[in-house]
Design a protein around this ligand. Structure first.
Ligand code: FES
Length: 315
C-alpha cells in the first residue's frame, strides 16, 4: 500500500460534504499530512495548529471517530491501529464547527466562566506560598492544554441542551478545588452539583484520550466523594452511589433490585422498571425473592473497604 487516503469532512459554513485526498505513503505525522494536502492539493482546507509539539492543543481532530492530536499522531501508528491506509477525518464532536476541521471554543470558554476557573483568595491567608505536596495535588490537572479531546469523547456531553460541563471544565474545577490557596472549596462543589456532576457514567474515555494523561474520571469521582462528605444525599446520583457502596460491602455483590429502588424510589421504579423486570423474571435472569447472601470472600471485600477509607483520609 503506497497510498494514504484521507476522507475529510468538509464544511463551508452552510454545506457539508466528504472529500477524498490521496498522498503517497511516507512516515509523517497526521498534521504533516494535512499540511501537505493544503500546500500541494487544496489551499481551501481548514484546520488549526500552532506549536506542533502537543502543547497548544489546537490541532485536535477525530480520526475514524476517535480524537487525536494531529501533531503528535504518527501515520504509522494509525495504520497499525486501524489496519488500513484509509482514514476518515472529522472535527471534534460536541463543538460547533466553523469550517472543515476547525471548531469554535468560544461558547465553551464562556460557559467555563460560570465555574470560576481562577483562584479565589482564602479569608485566612493572603500569600501564594505552597508546599511541594500541595503542589503535587494540582500538578496533573494544571497540565491541561484545553485541546478538547476529552469533551469530544464524552458520552454524556451535550453543550447545546445540557448543563453538564464535560471533562475539561470539571478538570479545571478540580484544579482549583485542590489548590491549597483557594478559599471557595464548598462553593465549587455546590456549583458542579448544580450542573449535573452525577451525569458522568465512568466510561473513562476522557482519561484514556487525554493528551496529558490527566486522570479526569478519577477527579470527577473525587468531587462526588467531596459532595457526599458535605452531606449530599438528596439526588439520584448520591442515592445510587450509597446503594452500590452499601450493597457490595454487605454481600460482596450488587443487588440490582434494591439498587433501582434506592436510586429511583418506589414510584419511579414501579413505573419505569416493572415491565423490564417482569421480562427478566420470565427469562429466569432475575428472582426478586432471592436476596443475595454474602460471597465466600466477603471478609476480603470488607478489608478493601477499610483500606480505601484510609486512603481517602490521607488524600
Ligand atoms: S499543534 Fe499544538 S498541540 Fe498540536
Amino acid at each position: 500500500m503506497n497510498t494514504l487516503l484521507f476522507s475529510i469532512k468538509r464544511f463551508d459554513g452552510k454545506h457539508s460534504w466528504v472529500q477524498d485526498y490521496r498522498l503517497p505513503y511516507a512516515t509523517d505525522t497526521l498534521l504533516g499530512c494535512l499540511t501537505k494536502i493544503r500546500e500541494q492539493q487544496d489551499p481551501t482546507l481548514n484546520f488549526t495548529s500552532a506549536c506542533r509539539h502537543a502543547i497548544c492543543g489546537s490541532c485536535a481532530i477525530r480520526v475514524n471517530g476517535s480524537a487525536f492530536l494531529a501533531c503528535e499522531t504518527q501515520i504509522d501508528d494509525l495504520i497499525t491501529t486501524y489496519q488500513s491506509h484509509r482514514f476518515v477525518l472529522e472535527p471534534l464532536a460536541h463543538f460547533k464547527v466553523i469550517r472543515d476541521l476547525v471548531v469554535d471554543f468560544d461558547p465553551v470558554a464562556e460557559k467555563e466562566k460560570n465555574f470560576k476557573p481562577w483562584l479565589i483568595e482564602r479569608d485566612d491567608r493572603h500569600d501564594h506560598l505552597q508546599s511541594q505536596s500541595d503542589f503535587h495535588k494540582i500538578a496533573a490537572p494544571a497540565d491541561c492544554i484545553m485541546c478538547g479531546m476529552c469533551a469530544s469523547e464524552c458520552r454524556e456531553l451535550n453543550y447545546e441542551t445540557g448543563n453538564y460541563p464535560g471533562p475539561f471544565i470539571l478538570n479545571k474545577v478540580y484544579r482549583y478545588l485542590r489548590d491549597s490557596r483557594d478559599g471557595a472549596h464548598e462553593e465549587r462543589v455546590h456549583v458542579v452539583l448544580d450542573n449535573d456532576l452525577w451525569k458522568c457514567i465512568h466510561c473513562q474515555q476522557c482519561t484514556t484520550k487525554c493528551a496529558k494523561k490527566i486522570p479526569i474520571a478519577d477527579e470527577i469521582s473525587f468531587m462526588r466523594r467531596q459532595a457526599l462528605s458535605m452531606g449530599e444525599t438528596n439526588s439520584m446520583g448520591a442515592r445510587h452511589a450509597y446503594s452500590f457502596y452499601n450493597d457490595v460491602r454487605k454481600t460482596g455483590k450488587l443487588n440490582e433490585t434494591m439498587l433501582a429502588l434506592h436510586t429511583e424510589g418506589m414510584y419511579k421504579t414501579l413505573k419505569n422498571r416493572i415491565p423490564f423486570a417482569m421480562r427478566m423474571v420470565v427469562a429466569g435472569k432475575m428472582n426478586p425473592l432471592d436476596m443475595p447472601r454474602p460471597i465466600k470472600g466477603i471478609k476480603d471485600v470488607r478489608k478493601l473497604y477499610e483500606f480505601s477509607q484510609t486512603i481517602q483520609k490521607e488524600d
